[in-house]
Structures are given as structure tokens and as C-alpha cells.
Design a protein around this ligand. Structure first.
Ligand code: BES
Ligand code: ZN
Ligand code: ZN
Length: 497
């Protein structure tokens, strides 16, 4: 969808009219609306037939040919940017053939931030994954075009915000495309090929693929153990944006299990198809790199994605195996379904030893226990730095992608080192607190900066997106499938300063 800004008064296509609850008529200075249509709008408002409750819509056809979609914002003193973003998304979700593919949005009493949020909501919600569906000529993809009419004074600031939102939306939609892709077509090297193709689109990005043989050579024992049971071998894909920039920089790490059967610790059959989304962490990383590149961000950022397919086979790892990770630490694999933490152990170590991170953030559909704790409404957020965790929490809240603080306790870490024959174990000793023990496990693979007395662990946060990468129920920006969550959080976090 293309959103443009105009400070003119004319209306093309369907008029989209955001309204506050309690408005009984349009203000007199809202111009450009055909008289018959305006009369009808005033009538439904005056009669109370349209109350403008948040996210309610009504379509009107004027006898003079004008068409309008009214969209409720709720009470004027209650609606915030999230309300505007939701309302924009609701408009797009409610479009029918009759509205055509041209929209003109006419606000009254909205500031630049609110108008931009509405436009962002429209763009984010304009998403379908129908690549594998036969297309009738009838439902040929429509190319929506929306114009926001605003005052001359607001036009340039609004244009800039919309342009940035469009760039970021392209990253969110990339993450969703990757997640929604069926697992027969989305396997580790397919992800790598997509990344390599993407790297050709921008001069300031680079993609390096560490394939299976190289991963073995480098000693990536976690990645190799998880991926070796599949005919489609694992790999690590490293994205670099503005690599020539000196100094410390963010490093993002993603869990990229393109399908998680559980391996020899096989999962039950019900809903196993959903395990195609188990590469959501890597999709978040790739999507964020796209959003940053498209929006012209000029700082250095590195993304590390740990790609593997977790399959049972005669080559698969077994419960009981002891593996040696890139860090040199050994892990007793007590359950092959706790595979995300194994591939991440190598990704996190690589992040902290091959680069000079200002901080590391990892994204992973890591545990069912996180979904038990937080449902589909919030991501679990752990960090070795309380202040850092607080800032990530605030940023996630500010963009409407809630990440909720969770405890990283020494007791959880202790539980994960209690192996008779290895340095660590990949399973807690009981079933309680599984999302916390998983986070504590990961912490052991975050390197220190400095040595000896001065050694300090690199600032790190872990986001468990098992409940939020798909299955969203209340998120108005998502119609179906993968959500693309935290691309917007990370763009905001990285670019604000
Ligand atoms: N990919 C799953 C986690 C998951 C489960 C995400 C359900 C979303 C919905 C992960 O690899 C896994 O299977 N974790 C196990 C860990 C356990 C064996 C310690 C789990 O959560 O049951
Ligand atoms: Zn698993
Ligand atoms: Zn998994």
C-alpha cells in the first residue's frame, strides 16, 4: 500500500473519516465532502446510528456518488497513538470491493504523531500471505493507495514519519513472509539464499553464510547437533549493516528452527504444523535488518541467525548425547526438543567473541512454558542488566509490542548446570519455570568483556516470542499467521538516541 500526504482538499476514491465518540455532526470546517454524503454523515452521527466507539466502522454511499467509511476512535480524551494505529488497521481490515482501491483520509483535530500512527496501522494491516493460492482474475491483488489530507503546516513532518513507517513496515512484512512460508520451502539453506539475494539490494549490507561443513570446522557443536538429523543441513547466516563503521554496535541473534518436530524426543502430532514458525526469531532479525536498511539507518548493526531443521532420523542426536559447543562448554542433551537453546549457545558465543557488541538481544520461540506464563499478549523478556531490560520494556510498550520483564535468578542457572557428566544440561530438573530455566541456560553462553578482575558479562537480553510470533488474537495489525513482532521494537530501540 502506498500512503501519500496532501495538503489539498479534494477527495479521491473512498473518504475515510476518523471520528471521536460523542461527535454529533462534522465540524463545519471539514471541507471537500460532497453535499449529499456530508448530509448522510451528519444524519448517522446526529441520530446516534454511528457512535464512533473505538474500531467500529460504517460505510455510507452518497446519492451524489461519494463513498465514505466512518471509523471510530473512541473518546477524544482517551485515544492515544495505539488507538490511532489500531483504527488505521481496522479500516484496511474492513475494506470490501465496494470501497475500491483508492482512499482519502480526512482527520480533524489530530496531531502529526496520531495521523502517522493511523497511516502506519493501515500499512501494517495491508498484508496477505496468498502466494500458494490459485488466483481468480476477480481477486487479482489490489494495490491500495491512500492519501492523508492534512494542513500545509503538518505536511512535511507527516511525510517524513510516513516514509519511515513504510520502510519499517517492509521489514515487518518480510518477517511475516518468512514465518508464513511453508516448511517444505523454508529450510536453513533456503533462508540463507533469501538473505544472499536480499544483500544485493543494498550497498551497505553484507551477508555471510557459514554452511554445514564450515559449522563443523568451526566447532559449532550446538548448531550441528540439532541440524544433523535432517537431510537439509543447518547453517548460520550473519547479516551486517554498515560494517565499515567503527565502535561498538548492537548484535541481534535469532533462533531459526525451520521446523521443530522435537527430534528423537518427538512432539505430539496435534498442531505440529505450527512448528514451521519456530524460525520466528531469525525472521525477526532478518526483518529488522531490512527495516533498518530501508529506512536509511547509518549505524552498524549485526544479525546472527542460527538455522536448523530439528528432525528425528538415524543421523539425529539422541537424548543422553553430550555435545561440545563453540564456547568449549559441554551440554548434556536430555531432551532433543529443547533444541533452540542449543543453536543459540553457538550464536550468542559468536556474537560476543567475533564482534564488539554494545549489547546482544536474542529472539526465540523458545518455550511452551512462556506461552503458559504470558499467553499471546506479551513476549517474555530477560536480561543480565536491569536498566537495559527496563528500556527494552518501555520501548516495546511504546510501539504496542509488549515485552514483559521476567526474572533471571541464580537458582535457575544452578538448575541448568546440574549435570553429572557435562558442564551444563539442556533441561531443568523439574517442569516448573521452564521459560526461566531456558533463559538462565542461555546466559551461560553470553561471553564476558575483558579478562580477570575486570571481566564483565556483555549486556544481553533474551526475548521469548513463543506466544507472540504467531497466534495473536487482539493485535489489529495481524489478520492471520506470523505477526512479525519486535521488528518495530528493535528499530525504535536502535534508532532512538
Ligand atoms: N519450539 C518449542 C517451543 C514452543 C512450543 C514454541 C510451543 C511455541 C509453542 C521448543 O523448541 C520446545 O519444544 N521447547 C520445549 C522445551 C522443553 C523440552 C524443556 C517445551 O517448551 O516444551
Ligand atoms: Zn523443540
Ligand atoms: Zn523449538
Amino acid at each position: 500500500m502506498q500512503v501519500t500526504i496532501s495538503s489539498g482538499n479534494n477527495i479521491n476514491g473512498t473518504l475515510v473519516l476518523p471520528l471521536f465518540e460523542g461527535e454529533e455532526a462534522l465540524p463545519a470546517d471539514v471541507g471537500g465532502i460532497p453535499a449529499a454524503l456530508k448530509g448522510q454523515i451528519d444524519r448517522v452521527l446526529g441520530d446516534g446510528d454511528f457512535k464512533a466507539k473505538a474500531n467500529s466502522t460504517m460505510t455510507l454511499m452518497g446519492t451524489d456518488g461519494g463513498k465514505a467509511m466512518l471509523i471510530g476512535l473512541g473518546k477524544a480524551n482517551k485515544v492515544d497513538v495505539h488507538g490511532y494505529r489500531d483504527a488505521g488497521a481496522t479500516v484496511v481490515a474492513s475494506l470490501k470491493k465496494i470501497h475500491g482501491d483508492e482512499l482519502t483520509v480526512l482527520f480533524h483535530d489530530a496531531d502529526v504523531q496520531s495521523m502517522a500512527a493511523f497511516g502506519e496501522g493501515m500499512m501494517l494491516r495491508d498484508y496477505r500471505y496468498d502466494l500458494y493460492k490459485k488466483k481468480d482474475e476477480e481477486d487479482e491483488d489490489t494495490n491500495l493507495a491512500a492519501r492523508i489530507n492534512c494542513s500545509e503546516g503538518d505536511a512535511s513532518a507527516l511525510s517524513a514519519l510516513i516514509e519511515k513507517a513504510a520502510a519499517v513496515t517492509s521489514g515487518v512484512h518480510l518477517s511475516r513472509d518468512l514465518g508464513n512460508c511453508p516448511p517444505n520451502d523454508m529450510y536453513p539453506m533456503a533462508f540463507a539464499e533469501k538473505a544472499e539475494k536480499w544483500a544485493k539490494e543494498y550497498d551497505n549490507v553484507k551477508v555471510e553464510v557459514i554452511d554445514y561443513d564450515a559449522a563443523i570446522r568451526h566447532g559449532m557443536g550446538g548448531l550441528v547437533a540439532v541440524g544433523m538429523g535432517s537431510a537439509r543441513k543447518p547453517c548460520m547466516v550473519i547479516f551486517t549493516l554498515n560494517g565499515e563503521k567503527a565502535g561498538r554496535h548492537p548484535v541481534l541473534v535469532g533462533k531459526g528452527i525451520t521446523f521443530d518436530t522435537g527430534g528423537i524426543s518427538l512432539k505430539p502430532g496435534a498442531n505440529m504444523d505450527e512448528m514451521k514458525y519456530d524460525m520466528g526469531g531469525s525472521a525477526t532479525v532478518f526483518g529488522t535488518m531490512q527495516a533498518l536498511a530501508a529506512s536509511g539507518y547509518d549505524g552498524k548493526v549485526v544479525g546472527i541467525t542460527c538455522m536448523a531443521e530439528n528432525m528425528p532420523s538415524s543421523n539425529a542426536q539422541r537424548p543422553g548425547d553430550v555435545i561440545t559447543t563453540l564456547s568449549g562448554k559441554t551440554i548434556e542433551v536430555l531432551n532433543t526438543d529443547a533444541e533452540g537453546r542449543l543453536v543459540l549457545s553457538d550464536g550468542l558465543w559468536k556474537a560476543g567473541t567475533d564482534f564488539d557488541p554494545e549489547y546482544i538481544v536474542d529472539f526465540a520461540t523458545l518455550t511452551g512454558a512462556c506461552v503458559v506464563a504470558l499467553g499471546h499478549e506479551a513476549t517474555g523478556l530477560w536480561s543480565n542488566d536491569d536498566e537495559f531490560r527496563g528500556r527494552l520494556h518501555e520501548t516495546s510498550k511504546s510501539v504496542g509490542e509488549l515485552a514483559w520483564p521476567m526474572p533471571l535468578l541464580p537458582a535457575f542457572e544452578k538448575e541448568m548446570t546440574d549435570s553429572k557428566i557435562a558442564d551444563t544440561r539442556n533441561l531443568g530438573s523439574g517442569r516448573w519455570g521452564g521459560a526461566n530455566t531456558a533463559a538462565a541456560f542461555l546466559k551461560q553462553f553470553v561471553p564476558n568483556r575483558g579478562e580477570g578482575e575486570d571481566a564483565e558479562q556483555i549486556t544481553w537480553a533474551h526475548m521469548d516470542i513463543a506466544g507472540t510470533y504467531w497466534g495473536a488474537k487482539t493485535n489489529k495489525m495481524v489478520g492471520h499467521g506470523a505477526t512479525g513482532i519486535h521488528v518495530r521494537t528493535m528499530v525504535e530501540f536502535i534508532t532512538q538516541k
